[in-house]
Structure formats: structure tokens, C-alpha cells
Write a protein that binds this ligand. Structure first.
Ligand code: URA
Length: 241
């Protein structure tokens, strides 16, 4: 374990560093297009809930949804805005901004579908497409099985949704599919809960213009390409009753 995975004091300033609880916070990545959510006590507590193997499905869904909401809110900060001057009900002007351009979500099935509601909660009537990529049993490589995307996707900013960035194989293929439909790489934002350093590094190297927003970069991958310490199989924990 590298020293950056050692638990560190976390929490507000009313406790001294010596009194604060310690927790493992995200590995740092130097790629400019990878944004890691601030490692606040709130986020660490939410991640602790969903990582715990004893957490029951209803709580797993509830706490995952809270993290997804944080990811979507941060992701929206990476979309372009233009100036918007308005007048308030008391007759004063306010120099604000509004979002520029159209967006859509694209979930990588099935786990990415768990992130759709979080996007809908923030962006009313948002269009959502889907991509199904699975491991080809013959080649052991990711294979595209299905996609259903908005016909005007080339004119939209795309929020690509997949909770776990392990090797990055599915996400890289999804980006290829989107680019094949005319979406510029720089119009893709990839939201995910937990990334492996090797997956995030490889993805950022091969898709340097895609912005990645993640809640946490973990220690690594095990021999089955599960993220460690991770949270197990996200789709199984979210969907299996
Ligand atoms: N997908 C998961 O659900 N979990 C992992 O650890 C890796 C990929």
C-alpha cells in the first residue's frame, strides 16, 4: 500500500488533527481532465456506507443515489454557460449565467442505468440513451451488443454514466461509439463513483479530451479486475433483491 492510501485525519476544524477520525481518502491523479470530488467527511461517510458488505440493498441504493447526485451536480459545472442578465422581483438586476447548449445522458448498461434518475433529478426532461457492452466470451474483450442514442446526439453534450471505472475497457468502447455518431470527445463528460488508478489513467491517456468526474480513485484492481477495496459488483448490489 502506498503512503497516499494511509488513513488521514478528516473533518471540520472544531477538532484538532489529533482528535479527528482518520479515513482513507482518494488517490490523487495528475491528469487535468480528471476531477475527483472534494474528499469531505460527508462524501467519505457515504462511500463508507456503500463499500460496507453488511449494507443492505435499500441503504446501498439510498447512499449511492446521494453520491450520484453529487457527481451530477459537479459534472454540470463542466458544461459551458453564457451570461444571463435578469431582473429580480424587487426590481434589481442580477448578472447571472445560463447553460448553453443541449445535453443528454448515456448510460452504460446495466450498472450505469442506476445513475439515470440522479441526472433526471437535476435536468428536467433530459434525453437518455443507452449502450450495452459486454465481455465477448471468445476474445475476452469488451463487445458492443446494443445502442440506442438520441438521433441528434452529435449536437449534444453527453454525460456518460457508469458507476465503476475498472479497466476502462467499456468506457473506452462507449466513447468510440459516441465519436462514431459524431460527438466530439471534448463534449463528453464521464461520471463515475469509484475508479481504479490504472483504469482512470489509461482512460485519461487514450481520451485526453473527455472530462472524467469521479468520487474516488481507489487502490487498484484484483486478479478478477474488481476494484479494491471497491464495493463489489455495483449492479448486483443495486439491482439484486
Ligand atoms: N464493476 C463493478 O461493479 N465492480 C468492480 O469492482 C469493477 C467493475
Amino acid at each position: 500500500m502506498s503512503s497516499q492510501n494511509e488513513p488521514k485525519p478528516v473533518g471540520p476544524e472544531y477538532k484538532s488533527a489529533a482528535e479527528k477520525p482518520t479515513a482513507t481518502i482518494s488517490t490523487k491523479l495528475s491528469h487535468p481532465n480528471v476531477t475527483i470530488l472534494p474528499q469531505t467527511p460527508q462524501l467519505i461517510a457515504l462511500l463508507t456506507m456503500i463499500r460496507d458488505k453488511k449494507t443492505q440493498r435499500a441503504d446501498f441504493i439510498f447512499y449511492s443515489n446521494r453520491i450520484i447526485r453529487l457527481l451530477v451536480e459537479e459534472g454540470l459545472n463542466h458544461l459551458p454557460t453564457v451570461e444571463q442578465a435578469i431582473t429580480t422581483p424587487v426590481g434589481r438586476s442580477y448578472a447571472g449565467v445560463k447553460f448553453e447548449g443541449k445535453i443528454c445522458g448515456v448510460s452504460i448498461m446495466r450498472a450505469g442505468e442506476a445513475m439515470e434518475q440522479g441526472l433526471r433529478d437535476c435536468c428536467r426532461s433530459v434525453r437518455i440513451g443507452k449502450i450495452l457492452i459486454q465481455r465477448d466470451e471468445e476474445t475476452a474483450k469488451p463487445k458492443l451488443f446494443y445502442d440506442k442514442l438520441p438521433t441528434d446526439i452529435a449536437d449534444r453534450w453527453v454525460l456518460l454514466l457508469d458507476p465503476m471505472l475498472a479497466t476502462g475497457g467499456s468506457a473506452l468502447m462507449a466513447v468510440d461509439v459516441l465519436k462514431g455518431k459524431g460527438v466530439p470527445e471534448e463534449h463528453i463528460l464521464f461520471l463515475n463513483l469509484i475508479a481504479s488508478p490504472e483504469g482512470a489513467g489509461n482512460f485519461a491517456k487514450l481520451c485526453p479530451k473527455v472530462r472524467v468526474v469521479t468520487a474516488f480513485v481507489d487502490q487498484g484492481l484484483d486478479e478478477k479486475n474488481y476494484i479494491v477495496p471497491g464495493l463489489g459488483d455495483f449492479g448486483d448490489r443495486y439491482y439484486t433483491t
